[in-house]
Design a protein around this ligand. Sequence first.
Ligand code: HEM
Ligand code: NAG
Ligand code: NAG
Ligand code: NAG
Length: 501
Amino acid sequence: MSTFLCFLWLTLLLLVTLIFRKKFKTSKLNHPPGPRKLPIIGNLHNLEGLPHKCLQNLSKIYGPVMKLHFGFVPIVIISSKQAAEEVLKTHDLDCCSRPETVATKKISYNFKDIGFAPYGEEWRSLRKLAVMELLNLKKLNSFRYIREEENDLFVKKLSEASVKHFPVNLTKALFTLIASIVCRLAFGQNLHESEFIDEDGMEELASRSEKLQGEFAFSNYFPGGWIVDRITGQSKNLEGLFSELDGFFNQVLDEHLKPGRIVLESPDVVDVMIDMMNKQGEDGHFQLTTDHIKGVISDIFLAGVNTSATTILWAMTELIKNPSVMKKVQEEVRTVLGEKKEKITEQDLNQLSYFKLVIKETFRLHPTAPLLVPRETMSPIKIQGYDILKKNQIMINVYAIARDPKTWENPDEFKPERFADSCIDYRGLNFELLPFGSGRRICPGMTMGIAMVELGLLNLLYFFDWVLPEGTTVKDIDMDEEGALIIGKKVPLELVPTRQH
Ligand code: HEM
Ligand SMILES: *[C@@H]1O[C@H](CO)[C@@H](O)[C@H](O)[C@H]1NC(C)=O
Ligand SMILES: *[C@@H]1O[C@H](CO)[C@@H](O)[C@H](O)[C@H]1NC(C)=O
Ligand SMILES: *[C@@H]1O[C@H](CO)[C@@H](O)[C@H](O)[C@H]1NC(C)=O
């Protein structure tokens, strides 16, 4: 009997210490605040509408570091420049991995890419390769003529519309411009001549891949979520969308593998990767496979086209909405470049100052990846005094930070002058303005993206005056956004060009 009692006591004691220890342990950690979560769905009910906007609203209540649960997955949301600096600079090395999700696994060929791969040797090598072969300043300069040629062609097409006073669908026109440049630069594909892909096909593919990423598939947030996916048809969607993309990437690859392929411009990033793949020995480094090549093609395609095109589109939208800014910037452009230019080169960008402020202000109000790309912690860290555990997802709301009234006066207004006497820039060093992110995961295509945005917008502003189609006014301009990872303008922008020179 006494042994039984003794046993009972011991068990009780054990239980009590366990409970206390647990209590003690949890109370020692300072978790970020956040809205109350519901069983199973977590805080998904708090997220009606576009995530970056909901999260901006929530951060006004819960502060710059808050924790939400998307289903079962805890996610920390960062919404101030101080907290962003801690994540992206002080603790960059602890925060520069990416969470693995069903959709990103698929689209990155099982994380054999740059954008979605977890931190590690493979990611570092691929990123280095892409920078060396495509994205560094030297390569960028050597491909200047491609950007200029495609812009000339773009101006020609717009001029035809201008003769007839037809409205131009700028959403479409800009997408085609950027897609043509990126395909020529990166894949040696001339969209105007390619056998297997034309502009419309390209657009179709791009919008599909957007959808693919956008299927914020349930399986990401619920263990066993694949059941829900199957029921709602998400899995089937994912497969269907993916196989079309894969078909395109295979065509790009096959074209480069053809015996006797004639390299028109210099060897592109795909040529170089194939060459490396063929030459590699069995030594220590990771082995490059065709999946890696497709992963990189997929990244460039997804990250490079829609982002730049959308940025120019927002710039034009804001300029039409703010006629005094439009007038001022066009005056500068036309005075500095003179009246009689037939072609614009990138040299012409050097002397424009107000123009550059217009671009800065566009990046501030319309970051195309408002939550960057989600990161994952590799070890426990403290941000603003809050504890964030290992393998937690972190999203940086650069949209909210760029509109934080503590930093910006009248934050929602489009006012390029705000940068006139300021040294704040958007290249990842000023944490109040981060359209390209910062730290180890900063956008490696930043310089190329900026070059495409600047040249495209300059051509639009120098050669043409723009008005809204008949019967519409500035009040009719729709500013709604849509998208998942990359946010675009929901309603296409149509404007009527009049050629000036
Ligand atoms: C205006 C144009 C662009 C914008 C606003 C933009 C923005 C971004 C952002 C916010 C990120 C995530 C950074 C982070 O997680 O901290 C990113 C990543 C990336 N971007 Fe861009 N981007 C643009 C153009 C381009 C271009 C032209 C390319 C290539 C052709 C490119 C390739 C990539 C890649 C490969 C990554 C993944 C980097 C990594 O995870 O290591 N981007 N971009
Ligand atoms: C955020 O708050 C503003 C102002 O209270 C409101 O108008 C808007 O609808 C909210 N947005 C979202 C997405 O919840
Ligand atoms: C403009 O182009 C976009 C993108 O290509 C397309 O979705 C939209 O239907 C077009 N809008 C009009 C009015 O033609
Ligand atoms: C560009 O991104 C927007 C926002 O995600 C999306 O709605 C649109 O379909 C994309 N357009 C193309 C042509 O990829």
